[in-house]
Design a protein around this ligand. Structure first.
Ligand SMILES: [Zn+2]
Length: 171
């Protein structure tokens, strides 16, 4: 008995497009103050205020969508711009790599080694010659200049840069 009661339709039929056809579009009011619209068997029920508000919310939704589309467009442009900038930078780096590869070292002969003088030649003084018992030694050399090989800083940095950028640009 109670089940039948629950299924009882309390809607108030307000209007039907075609009175001869029960499937035709219709409007009804529910007991709790909502308006239901039935078209093709799909019923949409909303409080009357919501129905009324639909038009303005649709307008603001459209405006919001237009704004979002514009942001998306700007974003695409920015991304394209960034891609262009990156491509341009890569080109510049390639150019600089080529220049660096053929550049002559301003510090060494290009071997990457610089000879550093650690001692200079010395001449035998008069006292030293007298001490040695041979005055003719005065003015002669008693030691040669000494040199030590050292890595050229310029060549080292150049090689590090070329190594770094040949790795980074491989993608
Ligand atoms: Zn060098």
């Amino acid at each position: 008995m109670s089940e039948i009661k629950a299924m009882q339709n309390t809607d108030i039929k307000l209007w039907i497009k075609d009175k001869e056809n029960c499937f035709s579009p219709s409007v009804h009011a529910t007991q709790d103050g909502c308006i239901g619209i039935n078209v093709g068997g799909t019923v949409i029920v909303k409080p009357i205020e919501v129905w009324h508000h639909l038009e303005s919310s649709l307008a603001s939704a459209k405006a919001e969508l237009a704004e979002l589309r514009q942001i998306a467009n700007t974003y695409d442009c920015k991304t394209a711009e960034k891609d262009g900038e990156i491509a341009e930078l890569k080109k510049q780096v390639e150019k600089m790599k080529t220049l660096l590869e053929i550049a002559k070292c301003p510090a060494c002969d290009g071997s990457g080694v610089i000879a550093i003088q650690i001692s200079s030649r010395r001449l035998v003084s008069r006292d030293m010659a007298m001490d040695a018992g041979d005055p003719s030694l005065e003015g002669s050399l008693y030691s040669d200049a000494e040199w030590e090989p050292e890595q050229c800083q310029w060549c080292y940095e150049k090689n590090e840069i070329l190594k770094k950028y040949s790795k980074e640009l491989e993608f």
